[in-house]
Design a protein around this ligand. Structure first.
Ligand code: PXP
Length: 254
């Protein structure tokens, strides 16, 4: 079976900590717990404004954690030098606007070619596996390929938003775009990841897309942890992913 990896995004453990200052809850403790609950990696976004993850968190995650770290970062000189210093397993390049509440869209890989090319090259030369967070759009996938990024992460935010709003046709249309993007990206030789906004209700159809190798999920799980604990929320997500994948594999074999 083509096992789907789960990356747990711990940003919002840090959001809660930062609401009061101090050290609790500790995102590094959450990362260690995620490892025992079935995560394959930890994702953390060091934003320019440090609204959640801090520089010290990245240092501690690099030193204290056994799982691979996927550093989400904007393509800025500051973030590039931090990534080159800590050498995480992977770096996911995302667009970043100061005023946004979360990463609202994919990066414009096509339009920002000249800025992205040296960043991708320097990260790759340091053996950091680069992914570009893009909309499931052929033009962006072509650009990611021509930039030499080995991985793309497809933005699932619009699909999840349509699902949450109960817009059934829009949800299906956006899901089909993710399926199509995954097929097209894989045909170019890109490794396909996906994430943003995924919940128990929306993860199944995305996990069933056979080209997708990894999902990165955070906000919903940290919120759900309030009700059932982080261990249980991650285990349930892992089970839903595995179930959807096993059913899809069964269909593909039959
Ligand atoms: N992947 C990327 C590239 C992201 O920017 C985020 C949000 O930081 C996620 C995945 C996780 O999204 P969510 O927290 O909504 O699950």
């Amino acid at each position: 079976m083509n096992r789907l990896r789960l990356g747990i995004n711990i940003d919002h453990v840090a959001t809660i900590r930062n609401a009061r200052g101090g050290r609790d809850p500790d995102p590094v403790r959450a990362a260690k717990l995620a490892a025992t609950a079935g995560a394959d990696g930890i994702t953390a976004h060091l934003r320019e404004d440090r609204r959640h993850i801090s520089d010290e968190d990245i240092l501690r995650l690099s030193r204290e954690m056994d799982l691979p770290l996927n550093l989400e970062m904007a393509a800025t000189d500051e973030m590039l030098s931090i990534a080159l210093k800590h050498r995480p397993h992977a770096a996911c390049i995302v667009p970043e606007k100061r005023e946004e509440r979360t990463t609202e869209g994919g990066i414009d890989a096509a339009g920002r070619h000249n800025r992205l090319a040296p960043v991708i090259r320097l990260l790759s030369e340091s053996n950091i596996r680069v992914s570009l967070f893009v909309e499931p759009d052929q033009r962006q996938l072509d650009a990611a390929k021509s930039l030499g990024a080995p991985v793309v992460e497809l933005h699932t935010g619009a699909y999840c938003h349509a699902a949450a709003e109960g817009h059934v046709k829009e949800r299906e249309r956006l899901l089909e775009a993710i399926r199509e993007g995954a097929r097209y990206g894989a045909s170019l030789g890109l490794e396909i990841h996906a994430g943003h906004g995924l919940s128990y209700d929306t993860v199944g159809p995305v996990a069933a897309i056979p080209e997708i190798r990894e999902l990165n999920i955070g906000h919903f799980l940290v919120g759900e942890a309030i009700f059932c604990g982080l261990d249980a929320s991650i285990r349930r997500m892992r089970a839903l992913m595995d179930e959807a994948r096993a059913m899809a594999d069964g269909r593909n074999i039959a």
